[in-house]
Design a protein around this ligand. Structure first.
Ligand SMILES: Cc1ncc(COP(=O)(O)O)c(C=O)c1O
Length: 416
């Protein structure tokens, strides 16, 4: 019940959602002037190739051979039908998951980390800075930076830095430097918004440095579309025409985009974002222009937001603790093309434990949000007696999140 593709079936072009959106995107605005930002405004932070991808109207963008060569270390990733979970639920639904946990860093994040490191290196950049929540993105960029010989400094949200040392060790082993954020206030637990401020301020202050973001921006989402492109082909191999519903957890929106965007033109396919009830950006935020970071250094993006000073509770799914969301994902939700649901931490870990016991794999807490929603879809299909085809993104493994499972197993996990 595992559907693999040969290594020569890695996609050779990324799927660009921008020209396929129901309405044209609103531009990002400069934080000082409120005018649309131009390439020169972004040049201190990003290489020109990525700035171009940020606004490109090309439907397909070729993936450089040098990037594919590195992706080949783990891609194409498997598509698996979760038959044991289906049996346990007694559902007529067919549940498939795309296994992005097989990458060197254990999540989907290297798909864009490799591309970003490559384009920076190609334009002569020797040093990158970034933020990370629970460490998945920082570890992924550390791996990618090592592939291209780039120096990397990672600002890690302090609550995760203190409670989850293993991804820091992973980053350091790949050669990156990792410090807790916010650097200016050691008493603060930190947030992704604060860590972005630290990393942007560092990069802007040095001519040898650029900044890399692990989600939210258009080019980041673009690089993740290899996931859905492969999954589409694998579903055909599994004898399915199209899924009825595609689900993924949503922090900034990149793994969701990766699996869902290649299905966005198939109008019969429902696309669903799953977020934590404690950081309910899409389900309870407002659609507005807001800063990507806490300090207000980044351009203002048109997106669903809880406000850039929103301080999310310290839940275990650190990668979902972000006040905003990708502008493309936000536009799709606003237009009604994408749905959003929220789940509380306790229900999410119940789903993760059931998945681990049936399918054997231990998901990252972020990934477990998608599993929760997939199980709820399968149970609804059972109630209605429907043969629903459910596809979700298994965005990462939870081997470095065992303290969260320990808290769940002991009954100590709280919902905030
Ligand atoms: C395993 C995993 N899944 C999901 C996410 C959420 O991020 P995004 O919405 O960009 O996919 C993260 C973020 O760190 C993650 O590590």
């Amino acid at each position: 019940m595992r559907f693999d593709l040969p290594s020569d079936r890695i996609p050779t072009a990324w799927y660009n959602a921008i020209p396929r959106l129901p309405e044209p995107m609103q531009p990002p605005l400069h934080p000082a002037t409120n005018e649309p930002v131009g390439p020169d405004d972004l040049a201190p932070l990003f290489p020109m190739a990525l700035i171009g991808q940020e606004v490109s109207a090309e439907p397909w963008i070729d993936i450089p051979g040098e990037v594919i060569d590195v992706l080949r270390l783990w891609r194409p990733t498997p598509l698996v039908r979760a038959t044991r979970l289906e049996e346990e639920l007694g559902t007529p639904a067919r549940i498939y998951f795309k296994d992005e946990s097989v990458s060197p860093a254990g999540s989907h994040k290297p798909n864009t980390a490799v591309a970003q490191a490559f384009y920076n290196k190609s334009e002569g950049i020797e040093r990158l800075t970034t933020e990370t929540g629970a460490g998945q993105w920082g570890a992924s960029l550390a791996f990618a930076a090592a592939q291209y010989g780039i120096e990397l400094k990672v600002y890690m949200v302090r609550t995760s830095y203190d409670s989850k040392p293993y991804r820091r060790i992973l980053m350091e082993t790949w050669g990156a430097e990792c410090v807790p954020s916010p650097i200016a206030d050691p008493s603060s637990p930190g947030s992704l918004g604060m860590a972005i401020s630290d990393a942007v301020a560092d990069a802007v202050g040095r001519s040898d440095s650029h900044y890399a973001l692990g989600s939210v921006l258009n080019h980041v989402l673009l690089h993740q579309t290899v996931i859905g492109l492969e999954a589409k082909e694998q579903l055909e191999k599994a004898g399915e025409t199209l899924p009825d519903v595609v689900l993924a957890s949503c922090g900034g929106g990149s793994n969701l985009a990766g699996i869902a965007f290649p299905f966005m033109e198939d109008q019969s396919v429902r696309l669903v974002a799953v977020e934590p009830t404690s950081c309910p950006t899409l389900t309870q935020g407002s659609f507005d222009y807001d800063f990507g970071d806490t300090a207000g250094l980044t351009p203002m993006l048109p997106m669903y937001t809880l406000g850039h000073d929103f301080m999310p509770p310290s839940i275990h799914a650190g990668g979902l603790r972000y006040h905003g969301d990708s502008p493309i994902v936000s536009a799709l939700v606003k237009a009604g093309r994408m749905e959003a649901v929220a789940a509380p931490q306790s229900k999410v870990f119940e789903a993760a434990a059931l998945f681990a016991r049936t399918e054997g794999k231990l998901p990252a807490p972020e990934t477990a949000h998608a599993i929760r929603a997939a199980i709820d879809e399968a149970l609804e299909a059972k109630e209605k007696g429907e043969e629903r085809v459910i596809l979700f993104n298994y965005s990462g493994h939870g081997f470095l999140d065992l303290s969260a499972y320990d808290a769940f197993n002991r009954g100590d996990l709280i919902d905030e």
